[in-house]
Ligand binder design. Sequence first.
Ligand SMILES: [Mg+2]
Length: 383
Amino acid sequence: MATIVHVDMDAFFAAIEQLDNAEYRNKPLIIGGAKDATRGVVSTCSYEARKYGVHSAMPLKKAVKLCPNGIFIPGRMPRYQEVSKQIHELFNKFSPLVESVSIDEAFIDMTGCEHFYSSIEAIGQTIKSEITSKTGLTCSVGIAPNKFLAKLASEWKKPNGLTIIRSQQIDEFLISLPVEKLWGVGSKTKQVLKQHKIDTVSDLRQHSLKWLKDNLGEKFGQHLYNLARGIDNRRVEPYSEVKSISQEITFEYDRDNQDFLKSQMALMAEEVGCRLRKQQLYARTITIKVRFSDFRTITRSKTLDYAVSDDDSIFNTGWKLFLTIPTAPIRLLGIGTSNLSYNQQLSLFENTGETNKLAQVMDQINQKYHNKLVTKGRTLPNE
Ligand SMILES: [Mg+2]
């Protein structure tokens, strides 16, 4: 039986601000932008702000309405990154198998390390107390036989929680769980399930594997069947540093039709953007690669002032670079991103929140249908 730990910092950005600024403590604090910001979304808010109904990803305007006396600040990403680095260094002391999920979250595979501790609780308590003594912040920890259950456990009691799901308790935790708590169930799937009167895991279990596959698709049906029973075979995959994400295509024959090349670049930009977002990465440098019919290959790069992961920014930057090179028949076209980080720069909170949201929605839809049903107009073949 595996021992998987999921650690999630409590209200991470807000907690750091409250730690650093005494005047923010015990107050509703909202990170994401100034009070008079016309756009942008809430990045994180303090537990005091959550009492007013404010939550992450909510438009700032709405947050101001709900919590007019709240303290609204744009945030300090470099500081959050610094603390993120500290906690990740700490995780690596516990096990070499650490998978970073986001700036404030990680899975730690502690399988085989159990005998170093007096109990499973002691593993969680040790991690929690070391994080607090190193950073002054609290976290919530979940420990379970797999990733899905470990994440469920860390969410069970927040803030400052420690929840353990042992194999004999799996049913107890799962049975009354609403279906949207299952990984991969978005609002669309939720609606489909609702039509069949499936609201909870217990309802889901009334249906056979065949029924789930017939109604939700072969892969997704199996996936939900497994999760409803607490089965998740995903392994903790240690983060190996990704240096760049790129995509290129070699044409069967030389191409010089600009509309065609543009549509190809748009498709590749969507692919690259999707891969970035899947890993929660952001890129500052966009590079294009062009090989001419005589096999001469050139690259052109642009480093932006802020990090991006949305298709539009990647494509627009790439296409602008493309327009700077002389027109000639092309054998290969590529677009790539580098200078990657886990965090977007602050400017992004206000500037491209919307674009990123759109990109995320498209990713979800694309994943659900396992292919490219939804692409923007410009990627429709033009030739
Ligand atoms: Mg968190």
